[in-house]
Design a protein around this ligand. Sequence first.
Ligand SMILES: Cc1cc2nc3c(=O)[nH]c(=O)nc-3n(C[C@H](O)[C@H](O)[C@H](O)COP(=O)(O)OP(=O)(O)OC[C@H]3O[C@@H](n4cnc5c(N)ncnc54)[C@H](O)[C@@H]3O)c2cc1C
Ligand SMILES: *[C@@H]1O[C@H](CO)[C@@H](O)[C@H](O)[C@H]1NC(C)=O
Ligand SMILES: *[C@@H]1O[C@H](CO)[C@@H](O)[C@H](O)[C@H]1NC(C)=O
Ligand SMILES: *[C@@H]1O[C@H](CO)[C@@H](O)[C@H](O)[C@H]1NC(C)=O
Ligand SMILES: *[C@@H]1O[C@H](CO)[C@@H](O)[C@H](O)[C@H]1NC(C)=O
Ligand SMILES: *[C@@H]1O[C@H](CO)[C@@H](O)[C@H](O)[C@H]1NC(C)=O
Ligand SMILES: *[C@@H]1O[C@H](CO)[C@@H](O)[C@H](O)[C@H]1NC(C)=O
Ligand SMILES: *[C@@H]1O[C@H](CO)[C@@H](O)[C@H](O)[C@H]1NC(C)=O
Length: 489
Amino acid sequence: MITVLTYKKLLLSIYILLCLIIICKISSANKLRKRDLTSCLVDVQGKKVYPNDPEYNSDLIDENTRVMFTPSVIIYANIVADVQFSVYCASTLNMSISVRSGGHSYEKYGTIGAIVVDITNLNQITINSTAKTAVVGAGSRLGSIFYALSQAGFLAPFGTCPSVGIGGHALGGGYGLFGRKYGPASDNILSMDLVDPTGRLITVTADKYTDLFFALRGAGANNYGIVTSFTFQIYPTPPKVTSISLKYNLTKIQTLFDTTQQLGPTLPDDVSFSIVIDIGSVEFQGVYLGSQSSATQVMSQFVSLSQPTSNQFTEESLFDSVVRWGFQQSNGTIYPYHSPSNFKAKSFYVKPPGLSAQGVQSLVTFMTGLPTTCPTYAVFDLYAGGAATRIAANATAFVHRDVFHSIELFTTLTGDNTTNAQCITQLNSFGETFQSNYTDYSCYQNYIDRDLTDWQNRYYGSNLPALIAAKKIYDPNNVFGYVQGIPLA
Ligand SMILES: Cc1cc2nc3c(=O)[nH]c(=O)nc-3n(C[C@H](O)[C@H](O)[C@H](O)COP(=O)(O)OP(=O)(O)OC[C@H]3O[C@@H](n4cnc5c(N)ncnc54)[C@H](O)[C@@H]3O)c2cc1C
Ligand SMILES: *[C@@H]1O[C@H](CO)[C@@H](O)[C@H](O)[C@H]1NC(C)=O
Ligand SMILES: *[C@@H]1O[C@H](CO)[C@@H](O)[C@H](O)[C@H]1NC(C)=O
Ligand SMILES: *[C@@H]1O[C@H](CO)[C@@H](O)[C@H](O)[C@H]1NC(C)=O
Ligand SMILES: *[C@@H]1O[C@H](CO)[C@@H](O)[C@H](O)[C@H]1NC(C)=O
Ligand SMILES: *[C@@H]1O[C@H](CO)[C@@H](O)[C@H](O)[C@H]1NC(C)=O
Ligand SMILES: *[C@@H]1O[C@H](CO)[C@@H](O)[C@H](O)[C@H]1NC(C)=O
Ligand SMILES: *[C@@H]1O[C@H](CO)[C@@H](O)[C@H](O)[C@H]1NC(C)=O
């Protein structure tokens, strides 16, 4: 009896001792890692923020409050070498790494790594008017870039929201203002400086690292390295542009969609526009690259067929049109700031000839049926007839070419956690049926969505094999891996 008990006690003691040793080992490994991390990062010039630092929580707040990650460090790169040291440390310490440019990822993926490199300070913009090129630091915001370019008499095509970062934006496409004329931002990239997974800085062009040049223009978000600067093709700005706002009663939405299907593809490239469906209202929001008289003429048939309740053609400077459609003040466009909110978005593409009438109705019915605590708007960007559609699907990683509309469904979650969770569930389930009944299979990678099934094929389509091949060559150890990153196989 006694011996058995003693034996059991002995076993128990040994067991506890083993556990302690293991726990001890794990926690000392963690401590070691922490020490390794701080000492590895010693040569970084920029600010480093660790979890115990007072600014840690607020520094993690960017555009989206629905998701929160807890990285081991946030590094504010002051110079390119800071990015190189950070990548080198991630790679040698086998820690995950992510880069944050403008912090507008719909799933907050800029902060998903154990090491977060914030490149806000890499925001220099240098314009060469002769060459019609601009070298843009990858941490620059769209509003600041539009401003700098317009001051020099130039423009390039980017999205409307001024606080979006060019880093994530251009590496995933980037569509909006002047998109019908010049396509997605990614089509206008001439070269990129990239810190590769070993920490080496390389310049990626059509001639050098051709396969990487292909991959970065559409699938560049945290997949192959960190882009520190872009060289963009830029275009002379007309002296005046014309902002166009046409408003419709929601009951007349089908007339607007019919008109868009009939005339949208035939409108000149100088017209770029979105149709925005909001609670109880529908608006055509566009810019024409030319004078008011010419805009009115170009749009006359569209206006007479679609019968807006009001129409406004405003001749203004290019930058004023950027300010208008960014819905910010001028200062807030030049110096953009975050407007954090809790939101969830879905993306759809429709092929020519556009969304069917039942599809439009199904969308409106869904939107108007959501709880008022989950206000939802839909944005339809017209690709049809524009520059985006004139490039081959396999020319860059941005595969979405044979497209009529890109549709974004954007829901702000203002209720309590339970209603918000219900709204997300409704949104996801609507997304599935809407897609299977009315839209194409593909989705826009810049409206990244963790709840999307088979996202690899939806985001990259027929380009996926080439992207995987490039991943194997340029990031074989998956230093830049994350849950929706390009896989190795
Ligand atoms: C309010 C709002 C409005 C928007 N409007 C538009 C629009 O009009 N048109 C449009 O096309 N899109 C629009 N978007 C989507 C936007 O283009 C994407 O969310 C884009 O990825 C944001 O880039 P970011 O640098 O701001 O975000 P981040 O969160 O910093 O980055 C997004 C992703 O890119 C990676 N990444 C960032 N920088 C680099 C880099 N330098 N090198 C490698 N990887 C990098 C990040 O790791 C992350 O995975 C909008 C988004 C929001 C929130
Ligand atoms: C690196 O980390 C991953 C998971 O975090 C692990 O699976 C892998 O074995 C590690 N590699 C090395 C070389 O330690
Ligand atoms: C601008 O571009 C032109 C033409 O390509 C080139 O000759 C010139 O050196 C560039 N200027 C600067 C400052 O780089
Ligand atoms: C829209 O049209 C409906 C039906 O014709 C009408 O009742 C409603 O007042 C209109 N709304 C606006 C904002 O004009
Ligand atoms: C403009 O924005 C900057 C940066 O946010 C701020 O420092 C400045 O006070 C603002 N100026 C005006 C006139 O609002
Ligand atoms: C791209 O697709 C076209 C057909 O659409 C094909 O002829 C061409 O060979 C493809 N190019 C590459 C590099 O795969
Ligand atoms: C709601 O969710 C947030 C974020 O997940 C959490 O911090 C908060 O405690 C939750 N509130 C309630 C009442 O559950
Ligand atoms: C949409 O598709 C679902 C299945 O995916 C089907 O059950 C439903 O009836 C369809 N709805 C319409 C309006 O076609």
